[in-house]
Design a protein around this ligand. Structure first.
Ligand code: PBG
Length: 296
């Protein structure tokens, strides 16, 4: 699965410095990229929005705009291609504070205040045509509410891919640069809703809950330093298990390859290890490049 960044107001493409080889795309350059991804045999993309900074606010309200950049991108992709589209549910690309949810008066991310907004965001994404709704916000209970809202709105066939075991990791740095949320988040951390790096049992509880609440597929994230979690989840639940080789993992391998400290073959090696650990699907910024290599 190839993640792809779409930027509001951009014409053409622009490189992302901390993600070597990866660019943001304007709507005008999206069709060609999707065609290329699809022609390589990649069956799904995960679309991430980069919104106009002037539209960011405390409540992340642009996430609920049916004509926001991600909705436009999804509609455009689905009308020109049969590639599957995965869309993130989380407010961080839209909030002035860079958090995935809504803050209370003390600046604490308020789980229950965030849920209705996330549910509404999920419906906006489903309406735009997303095949899979992927809650990456890590609020408790959101899968249950999103499932109910999808059913109530007759989106019976829209899948839920839950970022179920998502750790509060420093490996997300380049992604936050890519969507422009790092400056907003500043020195803040997501420790109060993402999981503690040292805990594996909580990962199993979180995955178990999300499956009960109606997730079709679950994800472990990051990937490489968390292969024990991938294996434990797959062994315990036997459900489709996705793993995300996140931005920092990709960037560090790429940097070492570019410096000729490591052979470029380390990328495929890292991806194969996900499969060995039990992953059914892998999200990676290297999808295009690896597909090209495998096909040749
Ligand atoms: C949004 C989101 C993040 C990633 C995917 N969805 C960042 C975060 O939680 O801060 C990270 C992906 C990556 O690092 O490649 N909630």
């Amino acid at each position: 699965i190839q993640p792809i960044f779409v930027r509001e107001g951009l014409n053409g493409t622009e490189p992302i410095n901390s993600l070597p080889g990866i660019s943001r795309f304007g709507l005008d350059s999206l069709d060609k990229e999707i065609e290329l991804i699809s022609s390589l045999g990649i069956n799904a993309v995960a679309v991430f929005p980069v919104i106009d900074p002037a539209k960011k606010d405390e409540g992340g309200t642009d996430s609920l705009n049916e004509n926001n950049i991600v909705s436009q991108a999804i509609r455009q992709i689905k009308s020109n291609s049969d590639i599957a589209v995965i869309a993130d549910v989380a407010l961080d690309p839209y909030t002035s504070h860079g958090h995935d949810g809504i803050l209370d008066e003390d600046g604490y991310v308020d789980n229950d205040k965030s849920l209705p907004v996330l549910v509404e965001q999920a419906i906006v994404l489903a309406k735009a045509g997303a095949d899979m709704i992927a809650p990456s916000d890590m609020m408790d209970g959101r899968v249950r509410f999103i499932r109910k809202a999808l059913e109530d709105n007759a989106f019976y066939n829209t899948l839920i891919l839950s970022y179920a075991a998502k750790y509060s990791s420093k490996f997300y740095g380049p992604f936050r640069d890519a969507v422009g949320s790092s400056a907003n988040l500043g020195v803040g951390s997501k420790d109060t809703y993402q999981m503690s790096v040292s805990n594996i049992e909580e990962a199993l509880h979180e995955v178990g809950l999300d499956i009960q609440e109606g997730a079709d597929m679950v994800m472990v994230k990051p990937g490489m330093p968390y292969l024990d979690v991938v294996k434990a989840v797959k062994d315990e639940f036997k459900v489709p298990t996705f793993v995300y080789q996140v931005s920092g993992e990709y960037a560090m391998l790429k940097a070492a390859i570019q410096n000729e400290w490591l052979s470029e073959d380390v990328m495929l090696e890292a991806l194969l290890c996900f499969k060995r650990a039990g992953a059914d699907c892998v999200l990676t910024y290297a999808a295009k490049e690896i597909a090209t290599k495998i096909n040749s």
